[in-house]
Structures are given as C-alpha cells and as structure tokens.
Design a protein around this ligand. Structure first.
Ligand SMILES: Cc1cc2nc3c(=O)[nH]c(=O)nc-3n(C[C@H](O)[C@H](O)[C@H](O)COP(=O)(O)OP(=O)(O)OC[C@H]3O[C@@H](n4cnc5c(N)ncnc54)[C@H](O)[C@@H]3O)c2cc1C
Length: 471
C-alpha cells in the first residue's frame, strides 16, 4: 500500500505548481511531486529567472557605458563574478522559498523525489536518499517539463561543453565562448557573457538568428550584436568537437567551407527535449512520441484521468504557456469545456533590445499565403525613446486587409516584453486597427509606439510621415 491522493501533479514548474495551486484552491486535495528539493522547476531554478537576473546585470553594464554620451561617465566597472552569482542565487532562492511557503498556505503537500508510473493509478517516487514511496492517485497531471538537447555526436560531459543550466551557474567568465544555437536561450546567454567580457561567437544552422522571426524586427538586434559579439556564423553547423583539457577545438561547416575554431567554453543551446520519455508512461499506454505527450484540447491524454501540460506536451516551450495549460487542465478536472480557440501566446527574447511578438508574423503570413498589411512605427520618431537614448526600436502591426482586424504584433526595443501584452489583448479581443487607434495612450511612453503604428495604418500619423505605400 501507499499514500492515496485524489490528485497528484508530477513536476513543480510553472505548469505544475500553477495546476496544484488552482486545484487546491477549488478544494481538491493535491500532492505536488518534483525531483527538486523545492518547487519552481526549470523556469525558476535554471531558466527564466536566473537568466533574467543575469541579463539585468548585462543591461546595467551597457547602460553605464552608454551614459557617457549623455554627459555622465563612470569608471570601468569591476566585475565581481562571485557576487553576481550570489545575487542571482539570492533572487532565485527568495522566489523558491516564496513558492514553498505558498504550497504550505494553500494546503498543497510537496514531495521531493523522482516519480515513475507503476500502473495507471500509482506512481513510485524515489527521493534523493533512495527512499521509495508509492503514491496511489485518482487523477494525475503530468507537468514534467523538458531538458536541454545535447549536440549530436558531442558528449555532453566533454570538459568545456556547457548546456544552459551550466552556463547559468556562472562558474567562470571564459575568455572565449562559442554559442551553438541562435535562438532565444543562446542569444540571451551569449549577451550576458559578452557583457561580462567574453568574446562570444554564435553559430546558427539556419540562414538567420531567431529563425522564423521577421527581418525588420530583427534588424535592431543584429546591429547590436554586430558590436557585441565577436562573430555570428549563420548557415553553419558544428560537426565535431575535441578537447585538449584546456580548450575546445570546434569544426564548423558552412556548405563546402570548413573552419576550425578554438574556444575556452562552448554553450550548446539548440533546443529542448520533452521529458515524457522519462516517466514509465509506456507501462500504462499513454501516447508519447519523442518525449512529447499527446493531449486533446482539454489536456487529457488517451488515458482520460491522466492529463499533461507545459513543455512536456510540446508547442511553444514557454512558462506562460505552461501556466495557461494549467488553467485548462484544472478546468477539465472540474468538468469545464476546453477553450474553443487557440490562445495568442506571446514570445519574448530578453536581449537588449528585447524582441517580442504575438499572433501572426509577417514571415508566417507569407509562408502560409495569408494576405496581410504590415505597418511599422520606427522608434526614432518616438519622443520617449529619444529621451531614453533608445531610438533603435520598431513597433509593428499586421492587419487583415479586408476586415482591418489586428492579426499580429511585433515590437523590438527597450521593454518590448512589457508592452507586448497590450498587443495580445487587442488580437484576442478581435480589435480593428481603428478601434485600437481610439485608445488614448499616456505621453510620453514607449507604449505610444503601438498607437502610432496604428495611426500609420490609418494614414493619420502625427509624429511619423509614412509614404502612401507604407500605410
Ligand atoms: C535558460 C532558459 C531561459 C528561459 N527563459 C524563459 C523565459 O524568459 N520565458 C519563458 O516563458 N520561458 C523561458 N524558458 C522556458 C521555461 O523555463 C519553460 O517553458 C517552463 O519552465 C516550462 O514549465 P513546465 O511547468 O512545463 O516544466 P518545467 O519548468 O521544466 O518543470 C518540470 C519539473 O518537473 C520535474 N520532473 C521531471 N521529471 C520528473 C519526474 N519523473 N519526477 C519528478 N519530477 C520530475 C523537473 O525536475 C522540473 O522541476 C527558459 C528556459 C531556459 C532553459
């Protein structure tokens, strides 16, 4: 026999802890299980939070340097790596303790251990001391997340090769860092190390960084990277890596051209693998492919009392998507119908400048043959951006040419991630560009750039004269 619970949640990341809190809030007795000593998952412990703390340090370094043109000069900064690391850990620690306290207050029991399905109504959980406990459950939500994808043909434990978790530990600031993968994680962590003094080279297999992203939104970022990164190699693939104990020799292939690069550290950030293959699900017949658990719109697997959410079900591997899934899954447990539409999920790259988008992109519209009108407002025409010395940004709407409804939004610039939610709301609520144009925005703010882009679309822009073809 073992402990019996009405609901067990496996994985205490932003999907799992949200699901546990929501279910407990509705009166369902809930057990939350995670391998970690405390809840938080990847997002809090080795993803969103530590990376954003380090990006804040990077931005501070850059802004203090750039203040010289405003007439304020600082002495060159002293980088105390140990203190930065400690500060980042304090931030993460505070958040983790806060979550653990939330578990207690909400009456959610927390169990540390690695869970595996024994049968369709029980799990075996082994804690870090090797003790085992059997958990018998009526319902289960799997929120087991994902792990870094290793580079094919390169041993993950080769000395000098980091994944994102190791890069976030800030165990050293290497003189040279080769980042493999020009997606969100690679660019964010590459920016951090570049700001701290590493010579960073990014290698990306596709034709451009942030594959699939609109080029006009990327341009300000690429200009920034040109000054910050030692090199960006696109259409390039790492084909071999060897180590002499001190440095790595990396073979990079671009078509016929083969280069040998030397680097002190190499960060592999080529994507993430869903953890659905680590739970013994084959024993109970839950459909899993390449670690991704298949679910219906209500987040139920093919075994209906077992649901799955977050990174482990694939789709955009983002914390806010995982939390949204949690609401749907808990709703399903209480008999609510699943949402009838696919939610608009914003994507933010927290480099400096930030890049944020939601809904349709111009690239996707072209690929799918969807007719759209794209309008842009360059931040050079924004008074607020000028006062912040951040005029490199751009705000953009994608508009249905027939109905005038807003279909997509993109922003590159300082605090783009903070502003994108207004675009999400406008798209979700089906606003037309004329309806958005009527919303009064405070002046002077960066948020006005979205209003101004709508004005460009209406041919009514006050601060930016757009030639007719751009309207
Ligand atoms: C460097 C980095 C930066 C990121 N930045 C952002 C960002 O800025 N914004 C954003 O939205 N997303 C970001 N992400 C992605 C985000 O972290 C994930 O999308 C999010 O954490 C997924 O949440 P989840 O609840 O599905 O699972 P996770 O957060 O992955 O949590 C899953 C938990 O399940 C546990 N677990 C797995 N298997 C078992 C088992 N068998 N038994 C017990 N426990 C188990 C794991 O230990 C883990 O704690 C980032 C990721 C990384 C790596």
């Amino acid at each position: 026999m073992g402990r019996s619970v009405p609901l067990v949640v496996v994985g205490a990341g932003p999907g799992g802890y949200a699901a546990a809190f929501l279910a407990a809030g509705r009166g369902m007795s809930t057990l939350l299980i995670d391998q970690g000593a405390e809840p938080g998952g990847v997002c809090l412990q080795r993803g969103c939070m530590p990376s954003k703390a380090l990006l804040q340090v990077a931005r501070l370094l850059r802004e203090s340097r750039e203040a010289a043109s405003m007439g304020v000069s600082f002495a060159p900064p002293i980088i105390d790596r140990e203190r930065i690391k400690a500060w980042k850990e304090e931030v993460v620690g505070r958040l983790m303790r806060g979550l653990a306290e939330q578990c207690q207050r909400r009456g959610v029991a927390y169990l540390q251990g690695r869970a595996e399905f024994v049968d369709a109504n029980s799990l075996l959980v082994q804690d870090s001391d090797g003790h085992e406990e059997r958990i018998i459950f009526a319902k289960c939500i799997i929120a087991a997340g994902s792990r870094p994808m290793p580079l094919p043909g390169v041993a993950a434990d080769l000395p000098g090769v980091w994944d994102s978790t190791q890069a976030l530990q800030l165990s050293r600031i290497p003189e040279t860092l080769l980042v493999v993968g020009g997606g969100n994680i690679g660019l964010e962590l590459g920016s951090v190390y570049a700001a701290l003094g590493s010579a960073v080279t990014v290698v990306e297999m596709s034709a451009g960084l942030l594959p699939g992203m609109d080029r006009d939104l990327l341009r300000p970022l690429l200009q920034r990277f040109a000054g910050e990164f030692q090199g960006v190699l696109t259409n390039s693939k790492v084909t071999a890596v060897t180590s002499d104990g001190e440095r790595l020799q990396v073979t990079v292939q671009n078509g016929e051209e083969v280069r040998q690069l030397q680097t002190e550290r190499m960060l592999v950030a080529i994507g993430r693998l869903a953890n659905g293959d680590q739970l013994g699900l084959q024993r109970i017949g839950v459909a899993v492919e390449r670690g991704i658990i298949a679910v219906a719109a209500d987040k139920r697997t093919n075994v209906p009392h077992i649901l799955a959410i977050g990174d482990v079900i694939g789709g955009p591997m983002l914390a806010h998507k995982a939390s949204h899934d949690a609401h749907v899954a808990v709703g399903s447990l209480f008999g609510e119908p699943p949402p009838t539409h696919v939610p608009v999920i914003p994507l933010v790259t927290y480099t400096d400048p930030e890049l944020a988008c939601a809904g349709l992109t111009e690239t996707a519209a072209r690929q799918q043959g969807i007719p759209v009108r794209a309008v842009r407002f360059p931040w050079a025409a924004s008074g607020r951006a000028q006062t912040l010395q951040r005029s490199e940004g751009v705000s953009k709407w994608l508009i249905d040419p027939h109905t005038e409804r807003l279909l997509g939004v993109g922003i590159t610039g300082l605090h783009a991630g903070e502003m994108i939610a207004q675009g999400v709301q406008a798209i979700e609520q089906g606003l037309t560009v004329a309806q958005f144009r009527r919303l009064v925005h405070p002046h002077p703010t960066l948020s006005e750039t979205l209003l101004e882009a709508a004005e460009v679309a209406m041919g009514e822009s006050v601060h930016y004269f757009a030639p007719k073809r751009e309207r």
